[in-house]
Design a protein around this ligand. Structure first.
Ligand code: SF4
Length: 246
């Protein structure tokens, strides 16, 4: 699952750029999911007076609205991007306005000051209103999504990669996942250089994979192998699969 973020100040063309990208990715037969960041402390989907608001006020920590055409699950907390992405399985997930991630980024802006306010080492393209005026910024292409969406999505296909889990474990020898992202974007590393690519243990709950630091992965793996070795029919070769019904 490839993940990237589109960031930029208000009215810089962020949502319009995302809308164009979604349509072009779908045209290319990809599935797409999105995550929208809202910074207002007052934000809530539900409003006072609804039945679900009453559930929440009574103390329900997870409230779901099931309609004929839509199901909305409302968590009563701010979740990490890692945890949110466990709910997704699309080919591409676009984060709107999410900056605290190592995922590659497109900056939308009106002017160079707007670019600079959001610029970091994980940016691989500039878009939004300013892309009608400039062709590049600090060596990165500026692409107008209104007139050149195919070029922008070609670049997304080329640059983005499977999500780095933002563990910042430093096992790859780099100081952070952001540094890995920068190196992958500049072809100095590839996604397989992150230890999570060589993961030997996968734990899923309801089909969603749990992220695990190497230390925990080793404990899990060694314990399961030690127990399995005592069982009749155990073989050194082949994968071990365990299914727990709850
Ligand atoms: S090994 Fe992977 S998860 Fe750990 S810091 Fe490097 S890129 Fe991040």
């Amino acid at each position: 699952m490839k993940v990237f973020s589109v960031i930029g100040i208000s009215d810089s063309g962020k949502t319009t750029t995302i809308e164009k990208i979604i349509k072009e990715l779908i045209k290319r037969n990809y599935t797409v999911g999105t995550v929208k960041e809202i910074r207002s402390h007052d934000f809530k989907m539900d409003v006072e007076g609804t039945n679900t608001f009453t559930h929440k006020q009574a103390g329900s920590s997870l409230v779901t609205v099931r309609g004929s055409n839509e199901t909305d699950i409302m968590h009563q907390e701010r979740m990490s991007v890692n945890d949110i992405l466990k709910c997704y399985s699309q080919d591409f997930v676009i984060l709107e306005g999410v900056r605290d991630t190592s995922a590659p980024k497109i900056v939308t802006a009106h002017d160079q000051e707007g670019i600079e306010s959001r610029f970091d080492e994980t940016v691989f393209a500039i878009s939004g209103r300013i892309a009608a005026e400039i062709q590049e910024y600090k060596g990165l292409p500026a692409i107008n999504a209104m007139t050149d969406i195919e070029k922008l999505v070609d670049l997304i296909e080329e640059k983005t990669f499977d999500y780095l889990p933002d563990l910042n474990c430093k096992k790859c020898g780099l100081s952070s996942c952001k540094e890995m992202s920068f190196n992958i974007l500049n072809n100095n590393k590839n996604r397989n250089d992150c230890i999570t690519s060589n993961q030997k243990l996968v734990v899923k709950i309801n089909g969603k994979e749990l992220s695990m630091i190497p230390f925990v992965e080793n404990i899990f793996k060694n314990t399961i192998e030690a127990v399995a070795k005592e069982l009749k029919g155990y073989s050194q070769n082949g994968d071990i699969e365990i299914y727990i019904k709850r």
